[in-house]
Design a protein around this ligand. Structure first.
Ligand code: TXE
Length: 486
């Protein structure tokens, strides 16, 4: 067992106090399958107290948040970005042990979390309404007001990043938050919450209730006291929380993952394309909503691409996060077993593994490792090109021309991201218009995670946008003021 970082508090953060719950849940290190600490198991009672505290903070009954100007909120967020950076090593070590991801990736996630606070800190006092030309005896304007109490249910794959994405935007816009992190991984979130209270965030502005999805998560989504819900996770749970929120007429942002294609044409810079294709699927062991999990290759370069990718895949190694290999383990036994059974079914259907990585020498026993795999010879419409596998598995298909490429790219219910690799400028734009997804990247994939870029999907990938200014706007509602001045 490696030396573990100091663990954060085990309680829930409610109304500025750390509150013990009746029961706790074990936290497993995915690289070894062993428990490393315990977290609170919040239930409906704790969720109710947290929503009430957030409502009181919003209404000025608890603390002074409602009197903070936009500029003061921005200044706090900017200072908090520096606080995160000062705690960077411990936060990264927690993220690495808890999620199993390679240390370099965990470090990048903590930096990204700080960047969200910096971006939204700078944006807080630049969120303007409009004036609208109307009849001559009217003055009309719009105000952007906070929703109020924002419920945020987040997953285990990027706890610190998604905390930054959701919490920084909601606070910048003047909301208060009740956040339910994932039971599988939330140690960095608990540490960030600890830091926020120490940094003087007024009581009740940020509340964190760890617990199970079916208990704390379901209670939060259905709570009549929330004014906005942001959910990141599976389409199935997304549907459930959406229905629960609809009963209270609560607006919802859903970020539900994807089956994103990368399209490689023969005129592309293949070296750059293939490096990005590999990164796009092995990052966080493929457990990334925006993972480029499908590769579509033009006939003219198909054999060369598969041969060169096979070499790269065969060289990939899996290991514990702190040993910083190419790939860490999957988050838990359930996710590993789900992936392994889908891979076995694919093999039974004649799909070929062109190349696979390996477990590194000396990798710990008991970890939920699945070696990266390159799948070829895939029948059209097969599950491996329709469903999110959430592992380091790349499914390759070939196409003859642009029309065929677009047809394959859009042959899924998801629509989160797409990558297009070609030097032909006209084709870049034609494809960007025809591909059904929330983001399209040309001759890059992911734009290095740019926190400034609006992010979200269509279809089964969800609706609404996080990140960038659009994400900030989604944490506000518009009020129209029409003054008849005679
Ligand atoms: O997701 P869930 P799971 C996808 C990915 C993965 C699959 C299953 O394909 O294989 O989802 O993962 C909370 N009411 N993604 O089971 O259940 C839960 O506690 C309210 C994509 O982990 O959606 C956690 O906090 N909340 C993805 C959050 O929902 C509930 C990230 C996500 O869990 C709840 C993760 C309920 N009834 C998985 N049940 C992405 N978009 O990045 C669970 N939760």
């Amino acid at each position: 067992m490696p030396v573990l970082p100091e663990m954060p508090r085990r309680e829930a953060l409610i109304g500025g106090e750390w509150v013990a719950t009746c029961e706790t849940l074990p936290v497993e290190a995915p690289a070894r399958g062993e428990a490393i600490t315990r977290i609170a198991r919040g239930q409906a009672e704790e969720v109710d107290a947290a929503v009430r505290a957030a409502g009181d903070a919003m209404a000025g009954r608890l603390g002074e948040w409602s009197r903070w100007s936009a500029r003061r909120r921005g200044e706090w967020l900017l200072a908090f970005a520096a606080t995160i950076e000062a705690d960077h090593a411990r936060l990264a070590a927690l993220e690495c042990a808890d999620t199993g991801k390679p240390l370099t990736q965990a470090r990048g996630d903590i930096s990204a979390c700080a960047r969200y606070f910096r971006f939204y800190g700078g944006a807080a006092d630049k969120l303007h309404g409009e004036t609208i030309p109307f009849e001559t005896d009217f003055a009309v304007m719009t105000w952007r007001e906070p929703h109020g109490v924002c419920a945020q249910i987040i997953p285990w794959n990027y706890p610190a990043q998604i905390f930054g994405r959701c919490v920084a935007a909601a606070l910048a816009a003047g909301n208060t938050v009740v956040l339910k992190p994932a039971e599988e991984a939330c140690l960095s979130v608990l540490r960030l919450a600890e830091l926020a209270t120490q940094a003087g965030l007024p009581a009740g502005v940020l509340n964190v209730v760890p617990g199970l999805g079916r208990e704390a998560g379901a209670a939060l989504a259905a709570h009549a006291g929330i004014d906005h819900l942001s959910f990141t996770g599976s389409p199935e749970t997304g549907t459930r929380v959406n229905q629960a929120a609809a009963a209270n007429h609560v607006p919802v942002t859903l970020e539900l993952g994807g089956k994103s294609p990368q399209l490689v044409f023969a005129d592309a810079d293949l070296e750059a394309a293939l490096a990005a294709v590999v990164r796009g699927i092995i990052q966080n062991a493929g457990q990334t909503c925006s993972a480029g999990s499908r590769l579509l290759v033009e006939d003219a370069c198909y054999d060369a691409v598969v041969a060169r990718l096979s070499e790269r895949f065969a060289a990939l190694r899996c290991d514990a996060g702190e040993r910083d290999a190419d790939c860490g383990p999957l988050i838990n036994a359930r996710q590993r077993e789900m992936l392994e059974s889908r891979l076995a079914a694919a093999r039974d259907d004649g799909i070929r593994v062109a190349a696979a990585g390996q477990l590194a020498d000396g990798a710990p026993a008991g970890g939920h490792f699945v070696a990266p795999q390159l799948l070829v010879d895939i029948p059209e419409g097969h599950e491996v090109i329709r469903e999110e596998l959430f592992g380091p598995v790349l499914a390759v298909q070939r196409f003859a021309d642009e029309d065929a490429a677009v047809r394959l790219a859009n042959a899924t219910d998801f629509g989160l991201c797409a990558g297009v690799w070609t030097r032909d400028g006209g084709r870049q734009l034609r494809l960007a218009k025809r591909i059904r997804s929330g983001q399209v990247f040309v001759n890059n994939y992911g734009a290095a995670g740019g926190v400034e870029l609006p992010f979200g999907g269509v279809g089964r990938s969800g609706h609404g946008r996080e990140k960038g200014f659009e994400g900030l706007r989604s944490y506000t509602r518009l009020k129209t003021l029409a003054i008849r001045h005679g």
